[in-house]
Write a protein that binds this ligand. Structure first.
Ligand SMILES: Cc1cc2nc3c(=O)[nH]c(=O)nc-3n(C[C@H](O)[C@H](O)[C@H](O)COP(=O)(O)OP(=O)(O)OC[C@H]3O[C@@H](n4cnc5c(N)ncnc54)[C@H](O)[C@@H]3O)c2cc1C
Length: 477
């Protein structure tokens, strides 16, 4: 119990879970070659907690045992405690370059948020509030890695789950049993599924009356009977770290979660048909999840800004004013996001939930946009360099290596280093890994276009309009 080592984490994945990739049942994810890079990356994060150089940054004493546990479970209340969370989360996001959206930190923060909202969850049935607190404590003490799945299958979005041609498709309650509730159906997606110990099923889109059977929140171990994960194709195709610097280490995977009559024990049920709890649960929480998401998204923006500058410098393009302006725009976006981290930390510490919600919405709009823009700038500044990237094997072939060394040099950069840099940029934007990253960030919190539209209805609009009215009426203040 307490913080795990990387080896213990790896061993914990050998649990008989049902995982399919490319039509094949993967009996042991720890030996499936395309998963090894990511398992290594996550295991490395667990090991960091034991490193004397980082232990005080990444852990705190368990309130129940006094042993070190991950700081991402800290129920932070003061600004100092929230700052501790921020520093630990920023450190782990930096260690993974912001490229893993579902670092264990994310779900640790969500479970901590849910535990902090336990009174609201248990307002109709107190046992559900108690269950979520107990579950949070288990996650903290066992140092589990969690995945989550929130969204109904994308069959016909013009209708709710109960109105679909097949109302059994979306995950739903089937019946009560003495030991728990039986559930059936599917949810999509579940990122990090093959690399997790537990699955959290939670609310996302608001539920309405009549959708009680679909209104669920619970958690189950990955090897629960009847639980199956059908993964998308893995992006690590066994190429070297030179050829695929990101796909080979950071592919989090995504899976369709199928519940083939899964029994959820009563002590693992947090919401069962309570629409109010489902729709407002996270709004009652301190906002640790939001803070983690902002930090991780900002760290990735920093990485993308660095990449854009490197690419332009590698081909000697930074003297052009329009190139400097494009790079400056990307850097300015990072500075704005850095400021938003500070603001989020302060709002969390002050428990200002309304302004936190507004801030969250701003971030769901701004961060995906800023990442899309950074990607566009990298593409535009790269030209053909993004494409003409021979492989490591090409550099090993003496018949062609001298040509590559001569013709693919950069400005003050040898050919190998220049190609390596552009390969990184292509993995970030063009390969399967990079394309998925863009899709992931855009839909991180639902479509940001809809979040944007909601701003038109925010109370501040009246204030902004009244300024114009004041001018038209010739009034000062
Ligand atoms: C790579 C990736 C990883 C993901 N990982 C996870 C995960 O780990 N866990 C998890 O729970 N979820 C995950 N998701 C799912 C994510 O939460 C959803 O993609 C997101 O909420 C959008 O839902 P959707 O995909 O069903 O798209 P939809 O909501 O169906 O949107 C599709 C299109 O419909 C449009 N649209 C029309 N009307 C509306 C409306 N009223 N509201 C909103 N949009 C509308 C949208 O603008 C959009 O263009 C992941 C998604 C991706 C792409």
């Amino acid at each position: 119990m307490g913080i795990r080592t990387g080896r213990e984490y790896r061993e914990s994945l050998r649990d008989g879970r049902t995982i399919y990739v490319n039509g094949e049942r993967i009996k042991d994810v720890t030996t499936y070659p395309p998963f090894q890079g990511t398992i290594e990356t996550v295991a490395g994060l667990y090991d960091l907690q034991h490193d004397p150089a980082h232990r005080s940054l990444l852990t705190y004493p368990s309130p129940t045992t006094g042993e070190p546990v991950s700081l991402s479970f800290l129920l932070a209340e003061t600004i100092e405690e929230v700052e501790r969370r921020r520093r630990a989360e920023e450190f782990r996001a930096e260690a993974t370059f912001g490229l893993m959206g579902r670092l264990p930190d994310f779900m640790n923060a969500l479970v901590t948020d849910a535990a902090a909202a336990h009174a609201f969850l248990g307002q109709h049935e107190s046992r559900f509030g108690q269950n979520v607190v107990r579950y949070y404590e288990q996650c903290r003490e066992h140092d589990w890695c969690l995945t989550h799945t929130l969204v109904d299958p994308q069959i016909d979005r013009s209708k709710g789950p109960a109105e679909q041609t097949d109302p059994e498709a979306a995950l739903h309650f089937v019946r009560d049993t003495a030991r728990g509730i039986m559930v059936r159906g599917a949810r999509m997606l579940s990122t990090l599924a093959p690399f997790s110990n537990e699955l959290w099923v939670g609310p996302f889109y608001p539920r309405k009356r009549g959708e009680e059977p679909y209104t669920l929140c619970f958690a189950v171990p990955m090897d629960t009977p009847g639980l199956k994960f059908i993964c998308r194709e893995a992006y690590d195709s066994g190429r070297s770290a030179f050829d695929r610097p990101l796909s080979s280490r950071f592919d989090e995977e995504d899976a369709l979660a199928v519940f083939d009559d899964v029994l959820v024990p009563w002590e693992r049920v947090f919401i069962n048909g309570d629409i109010e709890a489902s729709n407002y649960m996270l709004g009652r929480a301190p906002g640790y999840t939001l803070l983690q998401a902002v930090i991780r998204g900002t760290v990735k923006l920093r990485f993308m800004a660095g990449l854009a500058c490197h690419v332009a410098e590698a081909i000697g393009r930074t003297t052009a004013p329009h190139v400097q302006a494009q790079l400056g725009e990307v850097v300015a976006n990072v500075e704005l996001a850095n400021g938003l981290i500070q603001a989020s930390a302060q709002e969390v510490a002050a428990s200002r939930r309304d302004s936190l919600r507004a801030l969250a919405a701003t971030l769901w709009v701004f961060i995906p946009q800023a990442q899309m823009r950074a990607a566009e700038v990298i593409r535009q500044l790269s030209g053909s360099g993004l494409i003409m990237t021979p492989t490591e094997q090409d550099f090993r072939n003496p018949e062609i290596a001298p040509y590559l060394e001569k013709y693919l040099q950069g400005k003050e950069l040898d050919a190998r280093a220049r190609v390596q840099l552009f390969k990184l940029a292509w993995d970030m934007l063009g390969e399967q890994f990079g394309s998925r990253q863009l899709q992931y960030e855009w839909f991180y919190a639902g479509d940001p276009l809809f979040t944007r539209a909601r701003f038109y209805h925010s109370p501040s609009v009246a204030q902004y309009k009244s300024m114009v009215d004041r001018l038209l009426q010739g009034k000062a203040l």
